[in-house]
Write a protein that binds this ligand. Structure first.
Ligand SMILES: *Cc1c(COP(=O)(O)O)cnc(C)c1O
Length: 426
């Protein structure tokens, strides 16, 4: 298949061909932990990384490899490493870049789980996060010092409805010769391809829209292939001789996929958050319909946002697809096909009205996830953010009136009918 194929074609075909052993048209689930070596020389070469073949299921798997090649193609990257979850992808990304005492700059507007990982658990590695507000870009530059190793942002940012100026932040990163990492989970490469705007590394929770059916955990790291790791001596795991691989320098051996290789042969080798072949298979199946699903998600969400903004019981709607939204111009630039499916709105009557509303929905599922085919809802103040004080809730975008929706691919009239009857109960 030509490398120039369009997105919809890549979503179905990239990385896959009929199974050479059996002719099976669909990529099989290679449910194996290890691989037989032809002889001891082949085994030795594989361990020295001079032969790229399979050794052991923690490091590589053929089903996983198709998933990696497909998402690298969809994002326009050079290579990828699939992981057991989105959080595992974030952790291995930072492990590849950071040494003890280093710091990175992260957008303040992030998935809550990422904030926990950065603030609570990275401390144990002596890695330090500094937050900057995506509505005040000079703060990103101000926070950079000689120990800063990366900038981390989301393309569509949590809690929903925010669109980040990727190109402007990439410029800041590159002025200081540090990589920009973009968590592209909520947009997916169907809506935004961050590498085209200067991102050096893209990470995903495959658990959400890429898998798309709410049935499998997974994550991925995509190497943009453009960053010059050797330009300074900051990224030692990639540029210094590795005694564990016969003094090999990964940047020399792997060239444009050095980052993805380093994440695999160091971080994945030693920490081991491997994706299961079965989950890789389910996520691959999901990706085949990504363009169709994402377009429907966006079209439905757009209709729902327009319905809500005119409803007497709704005080505000934060959806970049609305003409008067402050992120609308960024949406037209970065995501002209749609503003995504996840957004928040405010319900009149505060906490009690919000609880009555979410309790009355019948089609929507009340749960802590996004990116399922099904429509999902959460009231952060009574669930995910319950333990915070009122001030902390407001600062986190989880005030008592805030409802977050992840609009599914059902018939939009049925979605709106359900919202209508629940608003009447609120
Ligand atoms: C869910 C999510 C993650 C974490 O992914 P898991 O697969 O749950 O580990 C990271 N970033 C964003 C934007 C997410 O929505």
């Amino acid at each position: 298949m030509s490398k120039k194929a369009n997105f919809e074609t890549l979503a179905v075909h990239a990385g896959a061909s009929p199974d050479p052993a059996t002719g099976a048209r669909i990529t099989p689930i290679y449910q194996t932990t290890a691989y037989v070596f032809k002889d001891v020389d082949q085994a030795a070469n594989r361990f020295a990384l001079t032969d790229a073949g399979n050794i052991y299921g923690r490091i590589t798997n053929p089903t996983q490899a198709v998933l990696e090649e497909r998402i690298a193609a969809l994002e326009g990257g050079s290579a990828a490493l699939a992981t057991a979850s989105g959080h595992a992808a974030e952790f291995l990304t930072f492990h590849t870049l950071m040494e003890a005492g280093d710091n990175f700059i992260a957008a303040r507007q992030l998935y809550g789980g990422s904030i926990n990982q950065f603030v609570q658990s990275f401390k144990s590695f002596d890695w330090h996060v500094r937050f900057a507000d995506v509505n005040n870009l000079p703060l990103f530059e101000k926070a950079i010092d000689s120990r800063t190793k990366a900038i981390f942002i989301e393309s569509f940012a949590n809690p929903g409805g925010i669109i980040v100026d990727i190109e402007a932040i990439a410029k800041i990163a590159h002025t200081h010769h540090i990589p920009l990492i973009v968590d592209n989970t909520m947009a997916t490469p169907y809506l935004i391809r961050p590498i085209e705007y200067g991102a050096d590394i893209v990470v995903h929770s495959l658990t959400k829209f890429l898998g798309g059916h709410g049935n499998s955990m997974g994550g991925i790291i995509v190497d943009g292939g453009q960053f010059d790791w050797k330009k300074n001596n900051k990224y030692k795991k990639i540029t210094e001789p590795r005694s564990d691989y016969g003094d090999l320098v990964i940047a020399d051996a792997a060239d444009s996929s050095a980052f993805a290789i380093a994440a695999r042969v160091l971080g994945m080798r030693d920490f081991g958050p491997t994706i299961s072949p079965f989950n890789a298979f389910l996520i691959l199946s999901g990706i085949e319909t990504l363009p169709l699903r994402m377009q429907r998600h966006c079209d439905n969400a757009n209709a729902v946002a327009h319905y809500l903004v005119n409803h007497e019981k709704v005080s505000w709607v934060s959806y970049a697809g609305l003409l008067d939204n402050k992120y609308h111009n960024l949406q037209k630039k970065y995501a002209p096909k749609g503003a995504g499916s996840v957004f928040t709105f405010g319900i009149k009557g505060g906490y009690d009205a919000a609880v009555r509303f979410v309790s009355s929905l019948k089609l929507f599922s009340l749960l802590a996830n996004i990116g399922d085919t099904r429509s999902l809802v959460i009231h952060p103040a009574s669930t995910t953010h319950r333990q915070l004080s009122d001030e902390q809730k407001i600062a986190a975008g989880a005030g008592s009136d805030v409802i977050r929706l992840s609009i599914g691919i059902e018939n939009v009239d049925d979605i709106i009918t359900d919202l209508e009857q629940a608003l009447a109960q609120s």
